[in-house]
Design a protein. Structure first.
Length: 367
């Protein structure tokens, strides 16, 4: 708890203001829980004015008040600013006879205050934040019962504020935990190298799409892509260069395919794309765009020596009679046909014929 002798120091005041800010109570709307405490303390202490106030940097702000009709006053005329420098209850029986307050505008003019009694509102670290106070227009004092009630109700104000703070911190913690859970779920579903969906996550999304199609949603298309002779990249240029190629190809896929299309890394140099609400013909056109971009795009953007690769693609339709395993099996067979027929091409169902030929080059990568 702060030493009472240090309550006037600049360091203590900065810490006190920070403690007050931590409660986030200033400038909040009126609340019945605080209004009821003010009403009760006014009745018990037989005082026409009762206030829950907090002493800010340059003002005195009222969370709840009875008998004043304002929500804040300047700090230079605040009696409570003196009260928070004291320990325990601070009582001024007659303000006109107290040198600290006899010239105060609230005493010499409207509302002509003559009596003040305040109980400290202290943070859990012991910093005085303000007071629960009662005031009167006549000089007077409080009975022992009234003094006890004033302090007890001040304690209840702080207990309620601590509860509000705990609820807020709990809500913030829940938000942080939810964000962490979301991030962990994202990582669990994401290929760490490319940022695309990993195989497991893609299978889940594919299974959902097949279920939707079986319930009447429009058919979709599935595309399995294999980078031709990728092993030669790793063997010739090293695995770091191979990773660069994988990353660049993933970026190219994001540029070529629609935002609604679902792209995943199937494993190694294999990629998979699901095109919702797309026919095989539309998927074939997308594959052609990919072939065209590969033919003119170096897979090592930061290298002085360009590196071009090609891809073999199998394309099939996702229909209402399909299940996920069947679709994947058919697409894999079509991809195998593309490789058997010379690579650097797409094979679609139901035609079973090349949808795209090589662009006058062989299917090997060109360093």
């Amino acid at each position: 708890m702060p030493d009472l002798t240090d309550r006037c120091s600049a360091e203590h005041e900065a810490q006190r203001l920070q403690a007050l800010a931590n409660y986030r109570i200033l400038d909040t709307p009126e609340e019945s829980a605080f209004d009821e405490i003010v009403e009760v303390v006014s009745i018990i202490c037989e005082a026409p004015i009762a206030v829950i106030n907090f002493v800010d940097r340059d003002r005195q702000w009222f969370k709840s008040e009875k008998g004043l009709g304002v929500r804040e006053t300047p700090l230079d005329i605040s009696i409570c600013a003196h009260a928070i420098l004291q320990s325990g209850l601070f009582i001024v029986p007659d303000t006109t006879r107290d040198p600290s307050f006899s010239s105060n505008p609230l005493v010499t003019g409207e509302p002509n205050l003559r009596f003040y009694a305040g109980a400290l509102l202290e943070s859990r670290e012991g910093y005085p934040l303000g007071t629960l106070c009662v005031l009167d227009y006549q000089p007077r004092d409080l009975t022992e019962r009234q003094r006890f009630a004033l302090q007890a109700l001040a304690n209840q104000v702080m207990a309620h504020m601590e509860l509000m703070r705990a609820h807020r911190e709990q809500a913030e913690l829940i938000c942080e935990l939810e964000a962490t859970r979301h991030e962990l779920a994202k990582r669990a579903a994401t290929d760490p190298l490319t940022g695309l969906l990993n195989r497991r996550a893609f299978e889940q999304r594919l299974d959902q799409e097949v279920a939707l199609i079986q319930r009447g949603a429009p058919p979709a298309a599935l595309m399995l892509i294999d980078l031709d002779h990728f092993k030669r990249v790793n063997d010739t240029l090293g695995h770091q260069a191979g990773d660069e190629v994988i990353v660049r190809f993933a970026e190219l896929c994001r540029e070529v395919f629609r935002q609604a299309d679902v792209i995943g890394r199937w494993g190694g140099e294999e990629f998979v794309v699901m095109l919702p609400r797309a026919s095989v013909a539309e998927a074939r056109h997308a594959a052609e765009r990919l072939h065209q971009r590969l033919a003119i795009t170096s897979m090592r953007a930061n290298s002085a020596t360009p590196l071009y690769i090609s891809a073999s693609i199998g394309i099939c339709s996702l229909s209402g009679v399909s299940n996920m395993d069947e679709c994947l099996h058919r697409t894999d067979e079509l991809l195998y046909q593309a490789k058997e027929q010379g690579r650097n091409r797409s094979i679609c169902e139901p035609e079973g014929v090349p949808a795209h030929r090589s662009f006058g080059m062989d299917s090997s990568f060109r360093p």
